[in-house]
Design a protein around this ligand. Structure first.
Ligand code: ZN
Length: 277
């Protein structure tokens, strides 16, 4: 089952996305849907108004998550190519909801920096509250998987030891287009890619993750209760612009396509922010 949040003339709606049409579930967005303990049944049997899939205007998959948690330095190939040792603990940082945009929205490149970089990421969406999870509880708490591009403003990210200021620029981070429930996905090792204007710049597989989705849910749930609609981005593989020689950055007009095989695809045009005085 695929679930999305779409924009309509009268506000956002959660939908089940079928082959050619999307069916409203009666909820304002995917978080509100997931807050029903019987969300899977509710979505599977939804019979609200329908929309042609080709016409959908995707909002951020979860427009207002309680938590957006991101893992850094979590792909084996990337860590080793950078000459680092595999980490004992995950690197975690956060974003705020105003950083999110929909799957086909413009990504805003900040006026104050010219060092915007790309990071394709497999992303977990939480479907039930969980604290101090073991493997089974962590797996059961995962509603499904989606795609994020953790667009990163590298000069801000590296101004201090804390990543936050480079990671939560307004309207920087596409999330969506939908979540796919685990039962629809093949066993792990999904290809994950970023293309810029048709050129592949990142390509790896999710079996390179150091800390798996379940590992991350367990780890974070030891710190704080994870709740329905929370998202955990699992980190990005090699091929980012900052690690290239010469370095390379997103530019006004760049078309950025972010794909996790079997999960979904984001397609966003980058637009330089202009500050009106
Ligand atoms: Zn990232």
């Amino acid at each position: 089952m695929r679930l999305a949040t779409i924009r309509t003339a009268t506000g956002t709606r959660a939908v089940r996305v079928d082959e050619s049409s999307a069916v409203e579930t009666g909820d304002a967005d995917v978080r509100a849907l997931l807050e029903h303990p019987d969300w899977a049944q509710r979505a599977a049997t939804a019979a609200g108004p329908t929309h042609p899939v080709a016409d959908l205007d995707y909002a951020p998959l979860v427009p207002n998550p309680e938590k957006i948690i991101c893992a850094g330095l979590n792909y084996r190939d990337h860590v080793l190519e950078m000459g680092n040792e595999l980490p004992e603990y995950p690197t975690l940082f956060a974003k705020y909801a105003p950083a999110l945009v929909g799957a086909h929205d413009d990504v805003v490149l900040p006026a104050v920096s010219d060092k915007a970089d790309w990071e394709c990421e497999l992303t977990v969406v939480i479907g039930s509250s969980v604290r101090h999870a073991d493997d089974a509880a962590a797996e059961a708490a995962i509603a499904g998987y989606t795609v994020m591009n953790d667009v990163s403003i590298r000069d801000y990210q590296r101004r201090t030891g804390q990543f936050l200021q480079g990671k939560t620029f307004e309207r920087s981070t596409p999330l969506g287009p939908w979540l796919v429930t685990p039962d629809e996905l093949p066993a792990g090792g999904w290809r994950i890619t970023t293309e810029l204007d048709g050129e592949t710049v990142q390509s790896s597989t999710t079996d390179q993750l150091v800390f798996s989705a379940v590992d991350l849910v367990k780890y974070v749930s030891a710190i704080i209760t994870l709740n329905p609609g929370d998202v955990i981005a699992t980190g990005t593989p090699g091929g980012v612009g900052a690690a290239r020689t010469p370095q390379r950055w997103l530019a006004d007009g760049t078309v950025m396509v972010t794909t996790v095989e079997g999960v979904g695809q984001l397609r966003n045009v980058c637009r330089k922010e202009t500050i009106s005085s």
